[in-house]
Unconditional design. Structure first.
Length: 382
């Protein structure tokens, strides 16, 4: 049989070959698409989202807590710039122990990193500390600092039995006077320093406080009712969210050791609901806690922080040194000690005046005798 002069046998073979080629091409296309999908899936698995980075941070902190000796300081801070912008979650570990303890800690952290397919840059030693970088698909996700603390301050943080009364001392207005900071650190007790941004010695005071096992907070300038002695930049009612975010993040970058924030002045600002609604999500996203200094009875800062999901607390005993007289400060400290016993925990706020530090040196042993233990502010935020 012929079709237009072409033998039927040849025509059927040609048609069959064309069909085979179509099937082969279709199969090849499927393979390519599948391989592409697998490749994309692998890329998505390898590169963590920002939420996943935060979750890994919590796992790293838990692993560090399990592996490190008692008294170790462990602080986390969420990325402020986002991974795409080059930011990374931060984990600080103030370690009390020897080389074996540090090696054990490193193994635990590397185990968490491996589980999440993160690469670990070689640790960079810097004096008493080691800097470690974790990456996801080449992008930096975590910066870890492990520092061996030499001071007795953090070592004096005890594992307290349940029900032990706790008192956190927060000293404000650091940043201009380096000698005042040195006098605080010489007390060699767990204490929290709140540092003003952009002052001559703000950064070095914060760094020294961290090395001595003390805690650092940002003393965030806010507008007062009387507007007395405002800082060069402060939060004021009427600012938009993006303005608040830019101001706060810039101040946090100027005091990068800060784990928390409390207001400097701020009687006008903390009583303004709209401003506090703009501020607290910024603090939550930055991973810092907030302490309401309660400079006015009209404040809404603590309630707003709690509602938004920021770890928070407030000054719940009188200021220590409104009257700069040692006898007066001693009386205020006794009230703070009594308040801690009655409430279970208390935050007292003072300033680095010479009379305040002298009263602290004399009264802190008395607090211990009365069953009250000194702790950092982060130990009493919820």
């Amino acid at each position: 049989m012929k079709f237009s002069g072409v033998p039927a046998k040849i025509l059927f073979k040609t048609k069959f070959d064309f069909a085979s080629i179509r099937e082969a091409l279709f199969f090849a296309l499927c393979v390519v698409l599948c391989l592409g999908a697998i490749g994309c899936k692998r890329q998505r698995v390898g590169k963590l989202t920002l939420a996943q980075v935060h979750q890994v941070t919590q796992e790293l902190a838990k692993a560090a807590s399990d592996a490190a000796p008692n008294g170790t300081l462990i602080k986390t801070r969420r990325a402020r710039d986002g991974i795409a912008g080059g930011g990374a979650d931060e984990l600080y570990i103030g370690l009390h122990g020897n080389a074996a303890a540090r090696n054990k800690l490193l193994q635990k952290l590397e185990g968490v990193a491996t589980m999440h397919r993160l690469t670990v840059d070689a640790p960079t030693p810097d004096g008493s500390s080691s800097q470690i970088t974790l990456r996801s698909a080449g992008v930096r996700t975590h910066h870890i600092e492990i520092e061996v603390l030499s001071s007795r301050a953090a070592a004096n943080r005890e594992n307290l039995p349940a029900g032990t009364a706790r008192l956190a001392i927060l000293l404000d207005d650091l940043g201009s006077d380096r000698s005042a900071a040195d006098a605080i650190l010489a007390l060699q007790v767990p204490i929290t320093l709140s540092v003003l941004p952009y002052h001559a010695h703000s950064r070095e005071i914060a760094q020294e406080a961290r090395k001595h096992g003390c805690e650092v907070m940002l003393h965030l300038p806010m507008q007062s009712v009387a507007n007395e002695t405002p800082e060069q930049q402060e939060l004021r009612p009427g600012l938009k969210r993006e303005e608040v975010e830019a101001i706060v993040n810039s101040m946090l970058q100027s005091v990068p050791e800060a784990d928390g924030v409390n207001n400097h002045q701020g009687s006008q600002a903390t009583s303004n609901s709209a401003l506090m609604e703009e501020l607290m999500p910024v603090l939550r996203d930055a991973g810092v806690f907030y302490v309401d200094s309660r400079t006015t009875a009209e404040t809404v800062a603590y309630d707003t922080a709690k509602r938004v999901g920021v770890k928070t607390a407030f000054r719940n005993v009188p200021f220590l040194d409104d009257v700069q007289n040692k006898a007066a400060v001693r009386r205020q400290l006794q009230i703070a000690i009594r308040g801690a016993k009655e409430k279970g925990e208390a935050i007292a706020i003072g300033h680095p005046h010479a009379v305040t530090l002298e009263a602290l040196r004399e009264m802190l042993p008395e607090a211990k005798k009365q069953g009250v233990r000194l702790v950092l502010v982060s130990d009493v935020v919820h």
